[in-house]
Write a protein that binds this ligand. Structure first.
Ligand SMILES: Cc1cc2nc3c(=O)[nH]c(=O)nc-3n(C[C@H](O)[C@H](O)[C@H](O)COP(=O)(O)OP(=O)(O)OC[C@H]3O[C@@H](n4cnc5c(N)ncnc54)[C@H](O)[C@@H]3O)c2cc1C
Ligand code: SF4
Length: 328
């Protein structure tokens, strides 16, 4: 048995300070961290429980956006009327994730910082650069059906598992953090996550001990929002490919579009190339196909996951078509 100590944090700055000490780890719902601890992948010597901090409120902002407390649970957030009406893609993404029981425990911050579901990362007998830098990557020559087709490197081809983050990245959300000295900073969710490069163990720009306090959604863009997730089972399963799309059509022409993919890259993947193709073009299948080709132009399959390139294109085309036509 591995000994560890536990404290329940009483305020955000003290939580950040406690989290910054050697061997410490913040814990909220524990739905990812505890699994990793049981396997010995995470080995904290001190747990800082942040789940009782007063960071659960979901509040309208003065500019017409929404500020989501970092500890709001996934179930409460998905059901929030303001989120459902104005950020439907985020609500749909949350409801497409995990199970009702897990969503009751899982927090907003924990969901953002959950770790990859690469099977070799969870298998401590397998080589994994993310778990043990420099060891190599068993997925490269192994079963890589679930792995990345965009933005991967020869050091790591894992995908990011969060559904919620995909919708949030399409909606230009930003993340607020506080450190042990009480200093705050805000980063766009796009910049929160890193591509693997040669350091796949460094997944985000969050510094040790830094506490996420909120996610801020700017006012929603024009258009209809849709989140579509393709997976091996109808529920309780991570995405093979998912798409968040926000499309605004005026007189048959797309006047604005936002597109992001999940399940295809080390981070939630904003498809700016697709957005550029869509803007100002007729809302037709041919346009969506051109956008899909642009989005996947740099995609690379690793064998078992080659099918994901075509799957991502088809999922994007269907999602754009349904969003533009007001279908579910
Ligand atoms: C069987 C199963 C199926 C799942 N399916 C899906 C799915 O389909 N889609 C999906 O998106 N997710 C899925 N999940 C993942 C689930 O959504 C996450 O485990 C959950 O959101 C993590 O939240 P948590 O509060 O439990 O995080 P924890 O496990 O408590 O923490 C996760 C990480 O976040 C850090 N952390 C927590 N709070 C903070 C904070 N405030 N500031 C800084 N760091 C913090 C912790 O230190 C830890 O590193 C699934 C999980 C399971 C077990
Ligand atoms: S893909 Fe990444 S997480 Fe998976 S085994 Fe390779 S290095 Fe590890």
């Amino acid at each position: 048995m591995r000994a560890l100590t536990y404290e329940r944090a009483s305020d955000p700055v003290r939580a950040a300070a406690a989290g910054a000490t050697a061997g410490a780890k913040l814990i909220c719902g524990g739905t990812n961290l505890l699994d990793l601890m049981k396997l010995g992948i995470e080995q904290p010597s001190h747990l800082v429980d942040v789940s009782r901090l007063p960071l659960k409120d979901i509040e309208a902002t003065a500019d017409g956006g929404l500020r989501i407390g970092a500890l709001a649970d996934n179930a409460t957030l998905a059901a929030d009327v303001r989120l459902r009406e104005r950020y439907g893609a985020v609500s749909q993404a949350l409801l497409a994730g995990a199970s009702a029981q897990l969503r009751n425990k899982a927090s907003t911050a924990g969901n953002l910082l959950q770790r990859t579901r690469c099977l070799y990362f969870y298998d401590t007998l397998a080589r994994c650069n993310k778990r043990s830098p420099g060891q190599g990557c068993a997925a490269l020559g192994g079963i890589n059906r679930n792995h990345a087709i965009l933005g991967a490197s020869d050091a790591c081809i894992a995908t990011h598992p969060s559904d919620m983050a995909v919708a949030m990245i399409a909606l230009d959300a930003s993340v607020e953090m506080i450190d042990a000295r009480g200093a705050t900073r805000t980063v766009s969710i796009h910049d929160l996550y890193l591509e693997p490069g040669s350091t796949p163990h460094i997944e985000t720009v969050v510094r040790p001990g830094e506490l996420i306090t909120a996610v801020v959604m700017p006012p929603p863009p024009r258009g209809r929002q849709l989140y579509r997730k393709v997976r091996d089972r109808a529920s309780y399963e991570f995405a093979l490919v998912s798409v968040a799309a926000i499309v605004s059509v005026e007189n048959g022409t797309i006047d604005s579009a936002r597109v992001a993919f999940g399940g295809v890259a080390h981070k939630p993947w904003r498809a700016l190339e697709a957005e550029a193709v869509l803007r100002g073009r007729p809302a037709t299948i041919d346009t969506y196909r051109a956008a899909a080709d642009a989005a996947l132009a740099r995609a690379v399959g690793r064998g078992h996951n080659d099918f994901k390139i075509e799957l991502a294109k088809r999922t994007l085309i269907a999602t754009l078509d349904h969003a533009a036509r007001g279908l579910a």
